[in-house]
Design a protein around this ligand. Structure first.
Ligand SMILES: [Zn+2]
Length: 66
């Protein structure tokens, strides 16, 4: 008897491009990356330096590319 088989949710392989310099956020708001001060500081620095716009930052924090 495998009582867990029917509703077992397989772990989805982490194949998304995330947690990199260009893509610090993975799109999962519950992930630790959203609480990472370095990530947030990097985004703020990029805005201040004019590398990205606040809109870009929003997109990045949603896990999308600029
Ligand atoms: Zn993440």
């Amino acid at each position: 008897m495998q009582q867990y088989a029917d509703n077992f949710i397989p772990v989805i392989p982490d194949t998304n491009i995330c947690h990199t310099k260009e893509h610090p956020f993975c799109g999962d708001p519950t992930c630790l990356c959203y609480g990472d001060k370095d990530n947030i500081a990097a985004i703020n620095d990029a805005i201040n330096d004019g590398i990205i716009t606040p809109d870009d930052a929003t997109r990045i924090m949603k896990g999308k590319t600029v």
